[in-house]
Every structure is written in structure tokens, then in C-alpha cells.
Design a protein around this ligand. Structure first.
Ligand SMILES: Nc1ncnc2c1ncn2[C@@H]1O[C@H](COP(=O)(O)OP(=O)(O)OP(=O)(O)O)[C@@H](O)[C@H]1O
Ligand SMILES: [Mg+2]
Length: 233
């Protein structure tokens, strides 16, 4: 397994949000995490990347215990994080956003830029433009591109379809599959858009009230309404 999470506990102050979460992701796998608003998906992601410290449990990445490691070190080890709401700097140029990604990750060669520009040609065309002037779909490409610059092995994506038009969601799905198929990356994706989940996920974990309540195989995911039932209010 590339990522192994065991009995993880985390939250804010004394408030426990993530409660006894265990799951793993194999190399080259796309694991989806679904769950209603406020169940703790983002809190889990922040705990995995080190933006929130864990109260208990264990996170192993590439067989290294990273549970107490700083976010910066985890990033250099190869954990890339695309936060909910994208985390790009709208007043900076596309190029400057990518250069900042380079500082976070573990590599700084211009080869990485070429690779990202090859992956997302639109970012090359727009590199001198302000990031805020890009469309929602292009901004999402930039948010992934700036993580790719740092050569991650694992990418954590928090609701990439949020705030993009429905016709762009398919494009995001293609991008995520290319991350796995062409770049050999492992992806953990938090999503509420089931069409996107169906399009990309090898496996799906269902969260409720901070814990994992179900795990769906690719076959179960293909059955109509199984995942939808878990998201229903
Ligand atoms: N910085 C914070 N301080 C205290 N509580 C927080 C903080 N951020 C989130 N919470 C609380 O933690 C719980 C889980 O929030 P979280 O953002 O992890 O949920 P989520 O599943 O990502 O929701 P959404 O689908 O809306 O993004 C919520 O009750 C939320 O109010
Ligand atoms: Mg969230």
C-alpha cells in the first residue's frame, strides 16, 4: 500500500471530528471518499497532509510513519494536496502560481514545468495571465498543475468539481484518470458529484459523522443508486 491510515483520530481543539478512520490506497489506485456536508471529509484530508495534528492513530506513506511529520516534509516526501476551493492565488499569474507549487513539492527542475504544460497546454498559453481571469475549469487545472510541479506520488483532491460547470466535470474526470494512467499517480478524491465518482473511482469509501460506514468496490459502484443511497439525506 502507498498510503495506510489506521484508527485515525483528529479534530479541532477538544472537538473530535475524525473518529477511528482506517483505510488504504494502493499504488496507481483512485480511491474516492464520499459523504454528506460536514461529515469530516476535509478534516480527514487536512489530517493526512499535516495541516491538522492527529490525536491518535497512524498515517503511513511509502512505509514511513508520517503521523507526526510536518506538512512541508510530507509534501517533499510526495504527498500533494489540492484543497477544497482550489487554493490558488487569483491575483498572481498562472506562472507564479506554478512556481509556488514548485517550492512546496520535492523538485525544482524546469523539466517539471514542461511536463505540467504538456499535461495542461492551456496553462502554457495562459502563463502570464492572472489566475483569477481563468475559467472555473482552467483554475481547477491550475490547482492540480501547481501540485504536479512538485512531483507527488499521491494526490489528495478535495471536491474538485465544486464550483465548476457541469460540462467541465467530465473534463476533470478525464484529467484524474490521466493522473493515474499516464503519470502513474495514486489519487484520493473527496467528492459529492457521483457522476465524477463513477467516472474515475476504483473504490469508494463512505464517511458519516467522522467515521467510515461503508466501502464500495468498483462493481458495487456500478450498481445504480448504491452510492446515491449513502448520500441521500
Ligand atoms: N477550523 C475549524 N474549527 C472548528 N470546527 C471546524 C473547523 N473546520 C470544520 N469544522 C467542523 O468540523 C466538521 C467537519 O467539517 P469538514 O469541513 O471536515 O466537513 P466536510 O465533510 O468536508 O464538509 P463539506 O462537504 O461541506 O466540505 C463540521 O462540523 C465543521 O463545522
Ligand atoms: Mg469539505
Amino acid at each position: 500500500m502507498l498510503l495506510n491510515v489506521t484508527n485515525l483520530l483528529s479534530g479541532y481543539g477538544n472537538v473530535r471530528i475524525v473518529n477511528d478512520v482506517s483505510f488504504s490506497a494502493a499504488p496507481n489506485e483512485i480511491v474516492a471518499i464520499i459523504g454528506r456536508n460536514g461529515v469530516g471529509k476535509t478534516t480527514l484530508m487536512k489530517s493526512l497532509v499535516g495541516l491538522i495534528s492527529c490525536a491518535g492513530g497512524k498515517i503511513e506513506f511509502k512505509s514511513t510513519d508520517v503521523t507526526r511529520m510536518s506538512a512541508a516534509k510530507r509534501a517533499r516526501l510526495g504527498i500533494g494536496y489540492v484543497p477544497q476551493g482550489r487554493g490558488i492565488f487569483t491575483r498572481l499569474s498562472v506562472g507564479d502560481n506554478l512556481r509556488m507549487g514548485e517550492k512546496v513539492g520535492n523538485s525544482s527542475s524546469s523539466k517539471n514545468f514542461d511536463r505540467v504544460f504538456e499535461f495542461f497546454p492551456i496553462l502554457k498559453e495562459r502563463q502570464n495571465q492572472k489566475a483569477g481571469s481563468l475559467s472555473g475549469g482552467e483554475q481547477q487545472q491550475l490547482s492540480i498543475g501547481r501540485i504536479l510541479v512538485g512531483s507527488p506520488e499521491l494526490i489528495l483532491l478535495d471536491e474538485p468539481s465544486e464550483g465548476v460547470q457541469p460540462n467541465i466535470v467530465q473534463e476533470i474526470g478525464r484529467i484524474i484518470r490521466r493522473l493515474r494512467d499516464d503519470e502513474g499517480l495514486t489519487v484520493v478524491i473527496v467528492e459529492q458529484n457521483l457522476d465524477l465518482i463513477y467516472a474515475v473511482a476504483d473504490r469508494c469509501i463512505v464517511m458519516d459523522k467522522g467515521t467510515i460506514v461503508a466501502e464500495l468496490t468498483a462493481n458495487e459502484l456500478r450498481e445504480p443508486d448504491v452510492a446515491r443511497r449513502y448520500l441521500a439525506i
